[in-house]
Design a protein around this ligand. Structure first.
Ligand code: CUA
Length: 179
């Protein structure tokens, strides 16, 4: 048979499956199922797939809670537009709002302490990519994503939006400090 000529029998799905081909299909199928199970498994045994809780919310409700924490625990402001830096006590709830095209406020956490980080978007889908820790979460409008975090390394982290959200998507960067 040559690749130039059309196959003699055109209905390929009527041909019997070769044993080697069948074996590879079976191996691929089993491996797909193993990887599918691992997606769930990494939430239990992995260190990077965060298991988030998700609740319905509205921009008004979430903004009110975020504003209350900002009013109570702002320690200073940073950047040209005076973004508050919020340092809530260990164990408390911390809020971060994603919107076109910023993350608000800046958060300051203590190393080794546990917090509940709440995220939402006020407009479209955004991403929460914590660098260089390589933690990724989608931020979906109308939903409050709650992540329990215990930072184990001090430093300055960037929050990068990794869902394309419009003309200034590339400028959508926030900050998180761990002391
Ligand atoms: Cu927000 Cu891209």
């Amino acid at each position: 048979m040559s690749a130039i000529l059309p196959p003699a029998e055109r209905l390929w799905y009527r041909h019997p499956i070769d044993r080697v081909e069948g074996t590879w299909i079976a191996i691929a199928l089993i491996w797909c199922l193993v990887m599918f199970a691992m997606m769930v498994g990494w939430h239990v045994w992995g260190k990077q797939n965060l298991s988030t809780e998700t609740y319905r919310t509205t921009p008004e409700k979430f903004t009110a809670k975020a504003q209350a924490v900002v009013d109570k625990y702002t320690v200073r402001t940073e950047t040209a537009d005076n973004t508050p830096v919020v340092a809530p006590p260990p164990g408390s709830d911390v809020y971060m709002i994603a919107r076109l095209w910023s993350f608000w406020p800046i958060i300051e956490l203590e190393k080794g302490k546990t917090y509940k980080l709440h995220l939402t978007s006020l407009d479209y889908n955004h991403g929460f990519s914590l660098q260089p820790a390589n933690i990724n979460i989608q931020i979906v409008p109308g939903f409050e994503h709650v992540i329990t975090v215990t930072p184990n390394q001090a430093g300055t982290y960037s929050v990068v939006c990794n869902e394309f959200c419009g003309i200034n998507h590339h400028t959508m960067v926030g900050r998180l400090y761990v002391k």
